[in-house]
Write a protein of this length. Structure first.
Length: 365
């Protein structure tokens, strides 16, 4: 149990860093076609490498949620506990942070506080205003029915579940990726195929990552029997998928199409699962386990804070010197500063609740 938990800590700490890296790269480069044409090819390649690495954060968080929460069985009492101790605290904390973000944005842009806008955002009728805030409405929607999904999964034979996952993967990942490739080849849109099945009830793209996390948990014994061989296989698959994803974005931009990878790209589940399974099969030394645990516990607070810190840093310091160096320094600095703020503020009574600091084996986002 201890080994498993420490590995999950590493995965979660890495996922939080990926999210920070993603937004640091976006903030420094502000990549578009004009920017791409102005900077050296090596700098563009670095951006897409950093950006793609950053895109792994959300899949890892979703895989963790599916891995930890979906294998559980939920009777009536456990369902009540889930909503009382998992869902409602997360919803309440997020509502408070929506208010904090509105105050921050009013200060940042030197504008009056818009009460009507705040109400719309608090009621989930408008985006909360910062680039990372799309994730919370999505995960709240996932958690809304999670206990019932978990119970339903126990009733589905493994073979049938595998077929269902493959079908969803084809419709939600393969078809959009093929269409993107066809657009690069300048194939008319009326000659492309589009998914007609509405899979939003199952969580759409993000739901598959949750179920994939459940599948990894279900196959855990098999995946961990020959740790190093499994780790090597998935490292190769992950590395190949990652390299192909970086190359694909460079290819699109070179053809005049400003396409950047999203979570429905067909290789993202492979990359995310590859990282997850590889890290699950590595025995980390204690000098990695200890800081990973601290970072893992603070990961939700890091997620909540980092975008505001990035905005302030970019506004007051700007981009100086080499962009690639700036991205690395900004990502590491913001990640550590976010951690220190969360860790320090949480020592104040009741403030820890503001960041939902929890051990990894408990409810988590």
């Amino acid at each position: 149990m201890k080994q498993r938990d420490s590995n999950l800590d590493v995965i979660r700490a890495l996922a939080a860093f990926c999210v920070v890296m993603n937004h640091a790269a976006e903030s420094v480069y502000a990549m578009n076609m004009e920017q791409y044409q102005m900077i050296p090819h090596s700098s563009s390649a670095f951006y897409f490498a950093a950006f793609t690495f950053g895109r792994c954060g959300v899949p890892l968080f979703l895989l963790l949620s599916g891995y930890l929460l979906l294998p559980q069985s939920y009777d009536e009492n456990k369902i009540k506990r889930f909503y009382k101790h998992n869902f409602l605290p997360m919803l309440g904390v997020w509502e408070l942070w929506i208010f904090i973000y509105c105050v921050f944005l009013a200060w940042y842009y030197q504008m009056p506080f818009d009460v009507a806008q705040y109400i719309r955002r608090a009621l989930f009728l408008e985006h909360a205003g910062l680039s990372h805030t799309w994730y919370m409405p999505m995960i709240i929607g996932m958690y809304l029915f999670l206990p019932y999904v978990a119970n339903a999964l126990k009733q589905i034979p493994w073979t049938l579940l595998s077929i269902m996952m493959l079908a969803v993967y084809v419709y939600l990942f393969i078809v959009p990726s093929v269409n993107s490739y066809q657009s690069m080849l300048q194939i008319p849109s009326n000659e492309m195929v589009y998914t007609q099945v509405d899979l939003s009830y199952g969580g759409s793209t993000y739901g598959l990552y949750l179920i994939l996390g459940y599948a990894i948990a279900r196959c855990k014994k098999l995946l961990c029997e020959k740790k190093y061989r499994i780790a090597m296989i998935f490292t190769i698959l992950m590395g190949g998928g990652y390299a192909r994803t970086v190359h694909a974005q460079l290819a699109y931009f070179s053809q005049g199409i400003a396409w950047q990878v999203w979570y429905n790209y067909y290789l993202m589940p492979l990359i995310g699962a590859g990282i997850f399974i590889t890290l699950m099969n590595i025995k980390f030394p204690s000098w990695i386990e200890r800081p990973a645990k601290r970072l893992s516990i603070c990961s939700f607070g890091i997620y909540l804070l980092h975008d505001m810190l990035l905005m302030v840093e970019i506004k007051n310091v700007g981009v100086i010197g080499d962009k690639s160096t700036e991205v690395i320094a900004l990502a590491i600095g913001t990640y550590l500063l976010s951690y220190l703020i969360v860790e320090g503020a949480s020592k104040i009574p009741h403030i820890g609740t503001l960041f939902l600091k929890k051990e990894i084996g408990r409810a988590h986002v």
